[in-house]
Design a protein. Structure first.
Length: 243
């Protein structure tokens, strides 16, 4: 039986049997696994069973869902034996998953009837078709709008693979305040997603929606970023509004 072990600081709190095809984890009382903590969203994450495999996805939570230490998004991420799910300060360990993948279905073999050949179109090797060159997907470059600080009202378009925020002349987006470093934060593009990470010291943090971040954090539309005495809102236009 597949089990989920809920832990806090290496202390086991509760154990759940993974018996349903869909498990919802969150702060709301109607969830399958309830974690009553302010840092946990009402509906935070979901585990789904498909064809004998289990998958984890984030439900657009405020503080993110982590799988083996890496923050995940709202797409399916396969779970393996011993996988560790991170939600706020809590950990959920997966136990009892089979390591063997399900065997692929055996293809039916056509039989001859009284010397007559049976033609199976599925066994015929299709001729290679020329592939049209795919057009590159346009990048939805976001904008960082200053809500507070010396640059209040300014809009900074993020149009680079790496954008630096902080004090000094070497940064792309200026931010001021006590102990703000140069650079203080870094915004990195990977595909159509953008991640922010804190690069300054311990004396002043980088916050997203009021929560201090350490490693990389996925930015979502309308996220609010605070650095020193400055605040910004991250806006990413929908695909039909790309340049």
């Amino acid at each position: 039986m597949v089990k989920l072990i809920l832990k806090l600081k290496e202390t086991q709190i509760e154990e759940f049997a993974l018996e349903k095809d869909q498990i919802i984890i969150g702060r709301a009382k109607e969830n399958d696994i309830v974690i009553d903590n302010i840092a946990v969203s009402r509906k935070h994450a979901q585990i789904t069973r498909k064809e004998g495999m289990y998958y984890l996805r984030d439900l657009n939570s405020s503080n993110g869902t982590f799988l083996n230490g890496t923050q995940i998004d709202a797409s399916d991420h396969a779970l393996s034996e011993g996988a560790m799910i991170g939600i706020a300060k809590f950990e959920i360990q997966v136990k009892g998953l089979s390591k063997s993948a399900p065997a692929p279905p055996k293809a039916a073999t056509p039989e001859d009837a009284e010397g007559t050949m049976i033609f199976d179109p599925a066994r015929r090797k299709p001729a290679a078709e020329p592939q049209a060159a795919s057009e590159p997907k346009p990048v939805r470059w976001p904008v960082l709008s200053a809500l507070k600080g010396p640059g209040k009202g300014a809009e900074y378009k993020i149009a680079k693979e790496v954008t630096l925020v902080g004090k000094g002349s070497q940064v792309d987006i200026p931010a001021e305040g006590w102990f703000v470093a140069s650079p203080h934060a870094k915004i990195t593009r990977r595909g159509d997603r953008f991640y922010i990470s804190h690069t300054g010291g311990f004396l002043s943090s980088t916050k997203v929606n009021g929560i201090g971040i350490g490693g990389e954090h996925i930015l979502k539309n309308k996220d609010q970023i605070e650095i020193g005495n400055c605040s910004f809102v991250f806006t990413q236009a929908p695909s039909e509004h790309t340049d």
